[in-house]
Ligand binder design. Sequence first.
Ligand code: SER
Length: 597
Amino acid sequence: MFTAKKLRQQYIDFFVSKGHKQISSASLVPQEDPTVLFTTAGMHPLVPFLMGEKHPMGLRLVNAQKCVRTGDIDEVGDCSHLTFFEMLGNWSLGDYFKKEAIEWSFEFLTKVLEIPLDRLAFTCFEGDADAPKDEEAAGIWKVLGVPEHRVFFLPKKDNWWGPAGETGPCGPDTEMFYIHDVEQFDTVAKGSKEGFQEADKLKLMVEIWNDVFMQYNKQADGSFVPLTQQNVDTGMGLERTLCVLNGYDNVYETELFKPTVDKIKELATVQDDIQSLRIIADHTRTMTFMAGDHVRPSNMGQGYVMRRIMRRAIRHGKKIGIEQHFLGELARIIIDQYSDIYPELGQHREEMLKAIKDEEDRFTKTLTQGLKEFEKLAKQIQEEGQKTIPGDQAFHLYDTYGFPIEMTDDLAKENDLEVDLQGFEKAFEQHQDLSRTASAGIFKGGLADHSDESKRLHTATHLLHTALRRVLGDHVEQRGSNITKERLRFDFTFERKMTPEEIQQVEKLVNDAVQAKIDVYFKEMTFEEAQKVGAIGLFEYKYGDTVKVYFMGDYSTEVCGGPHVDNTGELGGFKITKEESCAAGIRRIKATVAANQ
Ligand code: SER
């Protein structure tokens, strides 16, 4: 059996032998500027460095990164799509480019993993008004010995990656596929190119790796401006690659899922609902990793996504006849399985399990009743010859029985119905003063830019972090931050509402630092040195890492990637506009910084 441990190690060793430095997996919750909810690729935490900042570990990096992609949630249940996965990645930050990237990908696939060339196919960017056809990448594959009919040119929707949000680094990519059925593939591929459509592609092969040539910065106006440096960003799907290396036809057969799948089968009374079984296996793993990065089920942001996938898993559990509570049991298996690679899972084990149990308790109470209600409703609508579940009814299921709208939508589809989503939104807005992050908008958010506004807000985040620790105590820890042009948002661990006095004190500390006009500078140092100088924000790193520590006089010493202003005097008045609960034990602050006129 080819194990995940072996694949991770071979990947890291290979790229280390090519001059790369291994970096840790960042948290699933973007800690710096991103306005996306989760880390969706290894490049996410590296955005500042792809844009030109100097990375403390050098120009060549490699890692295994935890990723969550909720965009694929409807595909989960097929052979290869997952909401959580590990991405093996290597990066060139303005160092090597297409030739080395492709040669090394080829060497790793064919020499280290020993995948027969006959099983591989490659796609390259076909060119458009924004960037030329990537003859160069295709040429490199061919020089390496890839036959003509195994290299395809596809449009931007297939062979372009990024930006992760609306703006930021991106570029043409070349994707590597493992072919399931060589004979059939070659018949289709040698025929007309039109015959080789997306659907065929997915049936006949699976993407395992992607080399992105990040040389553009997409602007808010939609234009692509060349970046100051040419980067390479690659991502190999660990689970998929493991699956093909072992000759399995779906990822759930791999050792990564086996213990969970076995347990689910043991608990279930219905054994032939493969889709539900896979959904549970996928979602419980995602839930566990989210919990490991301190996400807690809630009605906002990451917490909402976690709630949604947990409730979906519980419902599918019910569908296959699991009567008892089961999320905690599966989480335990997953924690045990992964905590040597991702120690954060083991460190917060009890807290994580408690949060999972509480959510399961909460939802199980209302699920049966809610399902009955839904069935009644569906029947009535069908009898009336209608097709649509009205928005206010969907809202009623949400409000009274805790059915996330996506769940009602799932249920509707299973019954050949649809939901009036706009009507739901309207009812939601009328009834609730909740964050609207559950709606689609949030998932489309872009990475914050490096504008002056975001630099000011980012710098203020450091000052706020320290100020909170001074006023509320050292146990306060950052749990996430997010910046738009208008405001910063900062989530941190704290048990209760802050008093007006505490808020004032925190504001004053930050404003004192602004008025003191302190120079902001950074030093690169080892993890150990950073600990010695008392840097905060080290929780994502481990021994052996080199980190960038930003200093702001006595006001802040914190590990960070940037971007920052050069002097705190560039900030104007700092004001906390909101302090609220965000999830159990986590508070959220929103604050603004005026420009310094
Ligand atoms: N960012 C690219 C991807 O997600 C390569 O890492 O595929």
